[in-house]
Design a protein around this ligand. Structure first.
Ligand code: ZN
Length: 331
């Protein structure tokens, strides 16, 4: 039996699965370590793999990794990621050295686009964008059948599109007015604090936040469902920012299809989908693509990682096989 190990490294969760070339067979999910050095995350991935599938390792053909960005695909390292305290994360080399198997790594949203192309709704689609609305905001883009990668593997870090140049809302990356500053799950508590300081609210959510309780994206959407006025304002900004971002993406790449994933979106499709679509229609210069939630759900990153290792994109393979060669790993 030929197996693959696939890893979806997110800012909040790490998902690891055993797969064959067709589908995910078994998976394990744990919270991504928040602190440590550049090797901490690779070590926890190796431990999780060995705990679960030690006996099958010899039948594993390779490892695919879909990772939070930004990345340097030439070294297989995550650099200066805005949503984790560990700023530099070594991934490709420690895993390839430990397992002595080929490892390919790409930005999670780029990988997810490749996953949709091979296992999801983008099969047979030549112009396609995957958008993730999760802890952060990102996209993967296929234009004329070609997966866009970029000089360091960070093409279309669309979460950092400036959607409001006159903004006081700071993004995790340090920039202001970025799409992710309004729609990254990690940034929503900061957006909440900003609104509480600058506007007056009679709001249970505001009282909860002021009493020092941790408030996350999930809590904000729960309060939205109870029509809390502060939560309504936050979600309103979320929708406007995301519609601005998606309109910019459509105007830049002219896709036939967009699928949207990420926990914040997938858990709140009923609130977000229609209003975003309505605003997008008003702001595009090209034909409206089909826009829908990903059917791969939470596994979209894992299917992305699987597509990377089973069918590595040509450019990625060329770059990362050099690293594997330097480590003496056959690929
Ligand atoms: Zn940013």
């Amino acid at each position: 039996m030929n197996y693959y190990i696939v890893v979806d490294l997110g800012a909040t969760k790490t998902r690891i699965a055993l797969s064959n070339s067709e589908k995910i067979l078994e998976k394990t999910v744990y919270s991504t370590p928040k602190k440590g050095d550049e090797y901490t995350i690779a070590k926890t991935i190796i431990e999780a793999i060995m705990n679960q599938w030690r006996d099958l390792i010899r039948d594993v053909r390779g490892i695919g990794i879909a990772s939070i960005g930004p990345l340097d695909i030439h070294s297989g390292v995550v650099i200066n990621t805005p949503n984790l305290e560990i700023k530099r994360i070594e991934l490709l080399k420690p895993l390839a050295e430990y397992f002595r198997k080929p490892v390919y790594i790409a930005n999670d949203a780029i990988a997810a686009a490749w996953g949709e192309k091979h296992y999801g709704d983008a099969r047979g689609v030549e112009n396609y964008v995957y958008i993730t609305l999760s802890t952060g905001v990102g996209a993967g883009v296929i234009v004329d059948g070609e997966l866009l990668i970029g000089k360091m593997g960070n093409a279309h870090e669309v979460g950092h599109i400036v959607i409001n140049f006159d903004s006081n809302i700071k993004c995790g990356c340090g920039g202001v007015g970025h799409w992710e500053a309004y729609a990254g799950g990690n940034n929503l508590p900061k957006l909440l604090q900003y609104l509480v300081k600058t506007r007056r609210y009679d709001s249970e959510l505001a009282r909860l936040a002021n009493s020092g309780n941790p408030v996350d994206a999930k809590t904000i959407f729960e309060y939205y469902r109870r029509k809390d006025p502060l939560a309504v304002d936050i979600v309103d900004l979320y929708i406007k920012a995301t519609a601005a971002g998606i309109s910019s993406v459509i105007n830049a790449y002219d896709p036939e299809l967009i699928t949207i994933g990420g926990s914040v979106f997938l858990n709140n499709v009923d609130i977000l989908y229609e209003p975003i679509l309505r605003l997008v229609r008003e702001n595009i210069v090209t034909g409206l693509p089909e826009i829908k939630p990903t059917r791969l759900g939470d596994d979209v990153g894992l299917y992305g990682a699987l597509a990377l290792i089973v069918n590595p994109p040509v450019k990625l393979k060329k770059i990362q096989s050099r690293i594997l060669e330097s480590l003496g790993v056959e690929y």
